[in-house]
Design a protein around this ligand. Sequence first.
Ligand code: KG4
Ligand code: ZN
Length: 343
Amino acid sequence: MALILGLESSCDDSAAALVTSDRRVVAQRVVGQNQAHAPFGGVVPEIAARAHVEVLPGLVTQVLDEAGIALDEVDAIAATAGPGLIGGVMVGLLTAKGLALASGKPLLAVNHLEGHALSPRLVDPDLHFPYLLLLASGGHCQLLEVRGVGDYRRLATTIDDAAGEAFDKSAKLLGLPYPGGPGIETLARDGDPRAVPLPRPLVGSGEPHFSFAGLKSAVQRAVAVGTHRPVDVAASFQQAVVDCLVDRTRLALRRSEAPALVVAGGVAANGAIRSALADLAAAEGRSFSVPPGWLCTDNAAMIAWAGAERLAAGLVDGLDAPARARWPLDPAADTVRGAGVKA
Ligand code: KG4
Ligand code: ZN
């Protein structure tokens, strides 16, 4: 049994966690920065990096104290090494390097997307490779075949905005705070999902890629009309996202022999999205797995767990491990052409 200390700092959450290789979350803390970024309506990279510098070392001390564990009792130190806002990534990775150097323990430089991708296995011991993963977060919307630790094949990605980005931008149009997903989900409960006609970009197209920029623009026009109730705009928007995710994921499932469908990333915290994808998996004869909400949004337990999986596979990193702003899970995946391509 190995005990891994994990650190996360790639966006606007500072987090530390202690996780065992037999799936026990011994201690974990997440501190968000919403208040610091609120006046700017989005995450300001420079402010985020400074906040990680102030908060992260204290979180490490807190999780060790809470667990009653000394640093030299930890077996390895894992940190997000990318992709993400480079200043924040550097803060977390350098903190981990310092701890690894001081304790003589191995460093695990974890891809944040691999943290999301493997997170369902932390809570579901019956989830084996391969599985088809819908990874939907603030920065990414991808369909990946997860074949093993470090072995990913990307089937699809977004040609413009990520699903979470669409939630955040639409929420802003409705006057809701960042991040917008939880606010839209709450509003949508009291609205009519058929009240506002909105497009379903790329639904029915031959490759399972995603597009959300046009949906956001349609929300912008619907809000500008001024006659729709915000609850109806929220419900109609959320339904459009559900329809896009279900249609694109169905196509990818039909191209994959993976026996399980898995959803991860911040957008997977959404109840309507979870239940629609559970129904899709059942209709396509696949099992379904989704982590609990706290494990979907950014956290350090998933980084520690990905570290545990990498340690077990012998994938340890040197102290020269680079911080990467961009770091695709499937380096062989083709660039997808669209308006404002994202990797
Ligand atoms: O995975 P995550 O915490 O950070 C990234 O790696 O991007 O994802 C954050 C994204 C945000 O866009 C946020 O609005 C979205 O996840 N999100 C949600 C919900 N909770 C968070 N989207 C829809 N419904 C939710 N309940
Ligand atoms: Zn994330």
